[in-house]
Design a protein around this ligand. Structure first.
Ligand code: GEK
Length: 250
């Protein structure tokens, strides 16, 4: 077991000549819980309630997928709330640094609580995955990092894997088709980051690091694409500023 400590996110605090594209490496892993809480409005509420929602959809003899699991926050919430028998969680991320740390955290959860759902953490690309029959799939702020040209096919494969009565829960940063709404919610998001202690330099450098890597869609695009992928119903259940979470039913 490594002894890497969690740290406050100061990754973009020092000025650099050219900001490199954002990657989920060991530096990010060290600060990730702090970074995501201070950057994504509503993140702790979404994660905990994802576990609560999942308990309604989870079915025996199926898998619960946490796609783009990072440090396993969603997986841990699933294990706190789902009591369905013979379910297992499959957490997948293609960052080896994330996967290694995620396994440590889940090991710690295992040693503190009994009768948790079994979990497997896989270092893999979710685009190359062969899905097993699933009752719950979580894409918690992951689809926005997938090549836009691959998104429909991925959602189609998820739809095919879902058993009747199951659900996909999709959380994303949104852009807005109305320019005024887009500008207002983006400004309010910057205020949220300032209120959480990020400087103007940190905000600007993070933005240039992430803009080639993360491509948000609008709610309308998500809805249309989910329907095109074969989902029958899309129900938004949470929005805080320009971050939202949707339930998509097969
Ligand atoms: C949470 N869900 O804490 N295959 C596998 N993993 C991928 C891929 C891919 N093709 N592309 C990106 N990732 C988490 C937060 S973070 C969101 C998710 C954020 C992984 C990537 O390595 C990273 O760990 C995660 O998706 C996105 O609820 O940092 O804003």
């Amino acid at each position: 077991m490594t002894t890497v400590k969690q740290q406050p996110d100061r990754l973009f605090a020092q000025p650099v000549q050219q900001v490199p594209d954002f990657v989920f490496n060991e530096d990010v892993v060290r600060v990730f819980p702090d970074m995501i809480k201070r950057s994504v409005p509503g993140y702790p509420t979404i994660v905990e309630n994802l576990g609560v929602l999942a308990a309604r959809f989870a079915q025996p003899d199926t898998a619960l997928y946490d796609l783009g699991s990072s440090l396993g926050a969603v997986t841990q919430a699933l294990r706190r709330h789902v009591r369905t028998e013979r379910c297992r969680v499959i957490a997948i991320d293609n960052s080896p640094a994330m996967v290694e740390r995620c396994r440590e955290y889940l090991h710690a959860q295992d040693s503190m609580f009994q009768e948790l759902l079994p979990v497997e953490v896989i270092d893999a690309d979710i685009l190359a995955l062969e899905f097993q029959p699933a009752s719950l799939v979580a894409l918690n702020f992951t689809l926005q990092f997938i090549d836009p040209a691959q998104r429909l096919a991925l959602l189609g494969r998820i739809r095919q894997a879902l058993v009747p009565g199951g659900a996909l829960i999709l959380s994303e940063k949104l852009r807005f088709e109305d320019a005024e709404e887009h500008a207002l919610l983006n400004e309010l998001h910057l205020d949220f980051k300032r209120a959480n202690g990020y400087s103007e330099l940190e905000i600007a450098q993070k933005r240039s690091a992430i803009e080639n890597v993360m491509k948000p869609d609008s709610l309308e695009q998500h809805r249309e694409r989910l329907l095109a992928a074969g989902f029958s119903k899309v129900v938004p259940w949470f929005q805080c500023l320009n971050f939202a979470s949707l339930i998509a039913l097969p």
